[in-house]
Design a protein around this ligand. Structure first.
Ligand code: OGA
Ligand code: MN
Length: 361
C-alpha cells in the first residue's frame, strides 16, 4: 500500500498518480554549486483546488451556506458532519477532536501504541523494540545484546533477532562491536517509525490480518471514541466494533500512495480515520486509478469516515506540510508548551499522525 506504480513516463501515469505528483513535496534545485549555502526551497504548489472543510465549516456556522456538491448530514451529532453529494459513504467531520483529545492520542501514538506485542515497521528488522520514545528522549542507542559463551543463553538465542537492547551513549564508547550490527540511535529510529498496528495485527507482507499474532485489544478509550465517531456512518441500531487500527507516522516528504483498504470483511462498516499534527492533503479518487481524485486538507482533529461505496475509492496522502505557515499546529503547540512535553512538541512540529480504526469481521 506504500508502493508506487513505478511509471515515469507522464503519458502512462494514471490520473491518480498525476494528482499525487502535483501535490508531492519537491525541492527546487536553485543552488548551482555544491558549496552554495542557499537553503533548498520547496517547489510552490497551487492549492486553489483543494477542498477546505475548515473554511466550509466557518461559513456554514456563519450563515448556513455550503458550496455546491457538499451537504450537511441530517444526523444528531455534536459536530456538523459533511458529505460529498457524489461520494456516498464518505463523511468529513472537521475539528471533531478537542485539543485535549488530540494531545492525548499524539502521546499514546508515540509512547504506548508502538509497544510490543503491537508491531511496527521496525519489527521485521530489529524484532520487538520496547520504549522507543523514552529511549529517543534520553538519546539512547540500540545495540546488539552480547551473548556470553557458556552462559545459559537459550532464551536469547531462541529469539534470534530479538536480542537488541538500549544502551546509553557513554556505554557505547566502551561497547565492543563483535558483530556486524551498527548501533543505531533511538532518535533516528523514532524518525523512521512509519506505522504501528493495534488490536488484530495486520501483516503487511501478506496484506492481510494475521489473527494468530499476539495482540492486545485496542484500548477502551480509543474503542469508545471510534464507536462514537463511526455512528454517523452506521446503519440504525448497529454499533461499530473496533477490532484493529493502523497508526501511520509521517515526516516531511513522506506520503501514502493511492490504495484501497480491502482486507476487512464487511465494507458497509466505516474506517474511522483521525488526523493529528501537521496539515496534510488527502486525495479521494474513484474506483479506478484513472479517475481524477478530489484533493482536500486534513488538519489535526479532523475525522474522515469511509464506508460502503466510498471504500471502493482509491485514496492516499501525497503531502504533509511541515512549514510554519501551512502546518497549522499553533494551538496544538501551545498545548505542548509545558517543559515536560518538549519532546512531543519537537516531534509533532514536523510530523503528522493518522490513526485509522477498522472493524475486521
Ligand atoms: C490508511 C489511510 C489516510 C491518512 O492508513 O489506510 O488511508 O489520512 N490513511 O493518513
Ligand atoms: Mn486507507
Amino acid at each position: 500500500m506504500y508502493g508506487s506504480d513505478g511509471i515515469n513516463d507522464d503519458s502512462e501515469r494514471t490520473a491518480f498518480r498525476k494528482t499525487e505528483k502535483k501535490y508531492k513535496l519537491y525541492y527546487d534545485s536553485n543552488s548551482k554549486s555544491k558549496s552554495s549555502k542557499k537553503k533548498k526551497q520547496p517547489r510552490p504548489v497551487d492549492l486553489s483546488e483543494v477542498i477546505d472543510f475548515k473554511s466550509i465549516l466557518e461559513s456554514f456556522a456563519r450563515n448556513g451556506d455550503l458550496p455546491a456538491g457538499i451537504s450537511k448530514l441530517q444526523y444528531q451529532f455534536d459536530k456538523p458532519v459533511f458529505c460529498l453529494d457524489n461520494c456516498p459513504g464518505f463523511y468529513f467531520i472537521p475539528a471533531a477532536l478537542s485539543m485535549e483529545e488530540q494531545c492525548r492520542w499524539i502521546k499514546e501514538s508515540l509512547v504506548s501504541f508502538p509497544q510490543p506485542p503491537n508491531r511496527t515497521n521496525h519489527h521485521a528488522f530489529y524484532g520487538a523494540i520496547h520504549n522507543l520514545f523514552n529511549a529517543a528522549k534520553s538519546k539512547q542507542v540500540l545495540v546488539k545484546e552480547d551473548i556470553t559463551p557458556g552462559e545459559d543463553n537459550s532464551n536469547a538465542l531462541d529469539v534470534n533477532y530479538h536480542n537488541h537492547r538500549w544502551a546509553s551513549s557513554e556505554e557505547l564508547d566502551s561497547y565492543v562491536n563483535g558483530n556486524d550490527f551498527k548501533p543505531i540511535s533511538a532518535p533516528v529510529l523514532l524518525r523512521k517509525l512509519r506505522w504501528s498496528t493495534l488490536g488484530l495485527q495486520f501483516d503487511w507482507s501478506k496484506r492481510s490480518y494475521n489473527v494468530s499474532l499476539p495482540h492486545n485489544k485496542i484500548p477502551d478509550a480509543l474503542r469508545k471514541l471510534a464507536k462514537k465517531m463511526a455512528a454517523p456512518a452506521m446503519a440504525v441500531g448497529e454499533e461499530f466494533q473496533p477490532e484493529a487500527a493502523i497508526v501511520n507516522y509521517f515526516g516531511s516528504g513522506d506520503m501514502l500512495g493511492g490504495h484501497l483498504d480491502d482486507m476487512e470483511a464487511d465494507w458497509s462498516k466505516p474506517i474511522v480515520s483521525m488526523s493529528l499534527g501537521c496539515k496534510a492533503i488527502f486525495l479521494l479518487g474513484g474506483k479506478s486509478r484513472n479517475d481524477e481524485p478530489l484533493a482536500m486538507f486534513l488538519r489535526s482533529g479532523d475525522i474522515v469516515l469511509m464506508s460502503g461505496e466510498a471504500r471502493e475509492r482509491f485514496h492516499g496522502v501525497p503531502r504533509i506540510f511541515t512549514d510554519v505557515e501551512n502546518a497549522e499546529i499553533v494551538s496544538l503547540e501551545k498545548q505542548f508548551s509545558n517543559e515536560d512535553d518538549i519532546d512531543y512538541l519537537e516531534y509533532i512540529r514536523t510530523s503528522r499522525i493518522n490513526i485509522n480504526i477498522r472493524q475486521v469481521f
